[in-house]
Design a protein around this ligand. Sequence first.
Ligand SMILES: Cc1cc2nc3c(=O)[nH]c(=O)nc-3n(C[C@H](O)[C@H](O)[C@H](O)COP(=O)(O)OP(=O)(O)OC[C@H]3O[C@@H](n4cnc5c(N)ncnc54)[C@H](O)[C@@H]3O)c2cc1C
Length: 444
Amino acid sequence: MKEQNISIVGSGLVGSLLAIYMAKRGHNVHVFDRRPDIRKMKVVQGKSINLAMSDRGWKGLEGAGIRKEIEKVALPMYGRLMHGMDSSLTYQPYGKEGQAIYSVSRGLLNQTLLNCASELPNVSFHFNHKCADVQLEHKKVVFEDNGEEKEYAYDRLLGTDGAFSAVRNRMMRLDRFNYSQSYLSHGYKELEIPANADGSHQMRKDCLHIWPRGEFMMIALPNPDGSFTCTLFMAFEGAVSFEKIKNPDDVHAFFNQYFPDAKALMPELIDDYFNHPTSSLVMVKCLPWNVGGDVCLLGDAAHAIVPFYGQGMNCGFEDCWEMNKILDETHEDWDMAFDQFSRERKPNGDAVLELALRNYIEMRDKTADPQFLLQKKIENWFSTQHPDKWLPLYSQVTFSDIPYHQALQNGLRQDEIMKEVLAIPDIEEVWNTPLVENKILSLL
Ligand SMILES: Cc1cc2nc3c(=O)[nH]c(=O)nc-3n(C[C@H](O)[C@H](O)[C@H](O)COP(=O)(O)OP(=O)(O)OC[C@H]3O[C@@H](n4cnc5c(N)ncnc54)[C@H](O)[C@@H]3O)c2cc1C
C-alpha cells in the first residue's frame, strides 16, 4: 500500500495512540500539538486526574501492541463502594469475579503513549503548534508557532484535537455539516485524599468509591502513590450547588453534612477546594466525521461525551482500533475507509453519550436506592445462571466490545423486563428462586 504523509492534530490520548497505529501501517506520521511536550513539563506522577480504563481501551492498546506498557501503571478496581450519609459502606462488584476496570493517571498514560510513539522511526512530533486553519482544497494544515504561521502539506489529516477541535471548526464551514454542542448544568472539581505517612492508601484501593447524594455525587479513584483523586460533580447553580459554596465555612458545613467520612481524610480540603477550578462538562455531536478520504475526526473531536460511564477515552481508543480494521478491510482505499468509519461509528458515538447521561443518574441517585441494588443483584444472579441469555448493561459497555448502540438497545429491553420482575410480590425474599428465573425466561 502506498506510503502516506499523515498529519495528526492533537497528541492527547487518542492522537498519540493513533500515531502508533498509522506508523505501524508504514506511513510517515507527523503529530502536532498546541501544548509543549508534556514529558518535559513538571507534573507530579500520580497526582494528575485519573481515568477508568476498561475492555475497549485495552483492546485499542493491544491492537497497537502496547497493552503491557500501560498495565504496569494501572490499578484494578473490582467494584463500586458506596459511602452512605451515615458513613455506611455498600459494595457492588462491577462484573464477574476477577473482572475490573483500571485506574490510570491521565498524565502518565499520555506520557507513556508519547514514549511508545517516539520509539517508531516514522513518527515526528511538533509541539507548540496550534492548529489555526485547514486549507482543505490545498490539503495543507496551518499552525501558529510563536506568532508565525507555518503550513504543512498532508495526504491524510486526522483530527484528534479534542472537544474544541480546530479541525472540526474548519469542517463546520462545509455545506451540510451537522454540529451541536451543549453543556451539562453540572460541573466538577478535583480534590484529593492523600496517602498515609507510609505511602499506603487510606481507603480500599481495589474499588471505585462513590458518595451518591441524589442530585450530586463525589467519586474517588486510587493512585499508585497511595493517594486518591476525588471528583465532586454538582450543579453550578441551585439549592445545593457550587455557587452556594463561597468560603471555608461553607465548605466545612457542606462536607460535614454530605461527606463526613471523606472529609476526615482530606487535610488539604479547603486549599484544594479554592485552588482547583470548577470545570464544565461539554457534549459535542457532529456528522459527517470525514471530508472524503482527506480528513477524519476521531476521539473527543468527533464525539465529546460526559464522563459518567468512564468511556470517553475508551471509545476514542476503540475508534483507533476500528479505523485500523477498516483500513485493512478496504485495502487503504481512504475515501471508502473514512466514509465507512464515519457511518459505522457515529451511531456508537451517539449511544455512548446517551449511556453516559443515563449513568450519571444511576451513579449519583440510584446507587443509593435499595430497589436498584436489588435489580442489579437479580441481574447478576440470572446472568450467572444464563450467561448466554443475559449480560448486564454495565458489562456490555465495560467488559465487552458489543457496539455501544446495540448495548443501549439491549439495556432498554432489560430495564423493561426488570420492571416486571421487581413488581413480583415479595421480590426481596424470592429474588433468587425458580419463580423469578422462569419469569425472566418467559419475558426474554
Ligand atoms: C472529569 C473527566 C473524567 C473522565 N474520566 C474518564 C474515564 O474514567 N474513562 C474514560 O474513558 N474517559 C474519561 N474521560 C474522557 C477522556 O478524558 C476523553 O475522552 C479523552 O481525553 C479524549 O481524548 P482525545 O485525545 O480525543 O482528546 P484530548 O485528551 O482532549 O486531547 C486533545 C489534544 O489536542 C490538543 N489540541 C487541542 N486543540 C488544538 C489545536 N488547535 N492545535 C493543536 N493541538 C490542539 C490538546 O492540547 C490535546 O493534547 C473523562 C473526562 C473528564 C473531563
